[in-house]
Design a protein around this ligand. Structure first.
Ligand SMILES: [Zn+2]
Length: 262
């Protein structure tokens, strides 16, 4: 078999295993609990989950989507996160072949995706972007950039990301008397700036605020909540960051053509 295919499958399987751990992170980090111990338990009957009942996706299928002991249903999030993580890791390995990209770049892409996916799910469930993820994320982003020779761009990106959103939030508070963004959003933009350099910030801020405003208004209209309801901003930042990471070249190309045509 082709080595590229084998590597892709292998990385996909590792991605599913990490997806299983990501489930633990999504559940425990916002609650301030350790992600290392104790072992995972069924949230309904508190029975410890044996290793053979904790195999990504497969155990869920074998168990018929239910706990072995109390038969209460297992939430969809568990197999979905495992599967999506495996597929995304495999896709990264497939589209960034090892003979054209350095292992460090592939690791950087996988790390960024994994952090952003976990943060997105936590923000959707709890409206929090925990420091336990964003702060190490900033440090890891700086390290990757330093290794690739972009330390200064990355450092400026991290500081500017934080300061820009801090300023926006201050102005929003002055103008409206209420809190718009949370501190977690400042740190998430700092993390994206650390990973991709300050050059990524204009695009990320523009796309995330645009899509956030459009999708957020539609959701609020549908939910009939009025405009003061809280909507998480992290998922839009995460998605915009991922788009810039993978497609900044075609986006810049498209933009240059647009300017040229005008
Ligand atoms: Zn149970």
């Amino acid at each position: 078999m082709d080595i590229h295919l084998i590597l892709t499958l292998y990385i996909g399987i590792v991605g599913m295993l990490v997806g299983s751990f990501a489930n633990v992170c999504v559940h425990r980090i916002p609650r301030g609990e350790s992600v290392v111990k104790p072992r995972s338990k069924c949230p309904s009957c508190n029975t410890e989950i044996a290793w053979y009942d904790n195999i990504p996706v497969i155990s869920w299928l074998i168990l018929g989507r239910r706990c072995r002991h109390c038969k209460s249903p297992i939430a969809w999030r568990y197999p979905m996160l495992e599967l999506s993580m495996g597929l995304a890791w495999a896709a990264i390995a497939w589209f960034y072949p090892i003979d054209q990209y350095t292992p460090i770049f592939i690791l950087q892409a996988i790390t960024l995706f994994t952090l952003l996916w976990i943060l997105t799910l936590i923000d959707l469930e709890t409206f929090l972007l925990p420091n336990a993820l964003t702060l190490p994320g900033i440090a890891v982003g700086l390290l990757f950039a330093w290794q690739a020779g972009h330390a200064i761009d990355s450092l400026i990106g991290a500081v500017a990301g934080y300061v820009i959103f801090w300023l926006v939030a201050k102005l929003f508070l002055l103008a409206t008397g209420r809190e718009g963004m949370g501190q977690g959003d400042f740190k998430l933009l700092a993390m994206l700036g650390a990973f991709m350099g300050w050059q990524a910030l204009p695009f990320i801020i523009m796309l995330s605020s645009l899509t956030g405003a459009i999708i957020g208004s539609i959701a609020l209209l549908l939910a009939n909540k009025g405009l003061k309801a809280e909507i998480p901003y992290g998922p839009y930042l995460a998605a915009s960051g991922m788009i810039w990471f993978f497609w900044s070249n075609p986006i810049l190309h498209w933009y240059q053509n647009l300017i040229g045509l005008a």
